[in-house]
Design a binder for this molecule. Structure first.
Ligand SMILES: Cc1cc2nc3c(=O)[nH]c(=O)nc-3n(C[C@H](O)[C@H](O)[C@H](O)COP(=O)(O)O)c2cc1C
Length: 203
């Protein structure tokens, strides 16, 4: 059985992040052929193109982690109806220098938790626009907007409600199948294989 390496971003820097708890739950519930490594964002400087001529180690490490992953999973809160600044900063680092967009053709999933009822829906919509520009295929369905109930999620990722566990397990099964499909489409020789200029973005 092939194993797929999934790099995941937690879009929160908070010590008690509910999205980190959600990420732990997703890892617990995911199919066994998915292997997870967090791509850290907290030590990245604020991106500027002044760094492009000489990317700092944190920026290089981020790009290597993205490029070394078969798929990317974003588990993020919604801040002020959009993407948290720390996560957007990390995405900007990964997209540059121009011509080396690390997200190109990388299969992605977006999920997030909020105490509020819309469960990060607006953040996810913003992310879809950004990832489209970065030429990163996204799992379109199922969508997963998680209204976080602390009684249901233990910090270690145990999910005590059967219905919630089934929903998240299904999301991860669909995400794993999506990663496999996109990798097959990207494979050399396939009609849609990755062309060398795929990492280029419009200026
Ligand atoms: C700056 C800021 C903006 C927020 N904006 C939203 C929002 O737009 N929508 C929402 O559902 N919750 C919002 N919240 C509440 C977060 O959903 C809540 O703090 C949640 O715990 C954040 O996830 P985390 O614990 O993983 O950091 C906001 C919180 C902060 C700190």
């Amino acid at each position: 059985m092939a194993t797929f390496k999934i790099g995941y971003f937690v879009g929160s820097l908070a010590r008690g992040s509910i999205n980190r708890t959600l990420a732990n739950a997703l890892i617990n519930l995911a199919p066994e052929d998915l292997e997870f490594t967090e791509i850290p964002i907290k030590d990245l400087p604020l991106y500027s193109y002044d760094y492009d001529a000489d990317f700092p180690p944190a920026g290089r490490a981020l790009k290597e982690a993205i490029e070394g992953s078969d798929g990317i999973l974003f588990v993020s809160p919604e801040y002020n109806r959009s993407i948290p600044g720390a996560l957007k900063n990390a995405i900007d680092w990964g997209s540059r220098p121009w011509g080396t967009n690390s997200f190109a053709r990388k299969p992605t999933g977006i999920i997030g938790a909020s105490p509020g009822s819309i469960g990060t829906a607006v953040m996810q919509s913003s992310m879809r626009a950004v990832l489209s520009f970065l030429d990163a295929p996204q799992l379109n369905a199922p969508e997963a907007y998680v209204k976080f109930n602390p009684a249901v999620f233990a910090d270690d990722g145990t999910v005590t409600d059967e219905g919630t566990a089934d929903f998240l397990r299904h999301y991860m099964e669909e995400y794993g199948a999506f990663v496999e499909r996109v990798l097959a489409a990207n494979a050399p020789g396939h009609i849609g294989d990755l062309k060398p200029d795929a990492a280029k973005l419009s200026r």
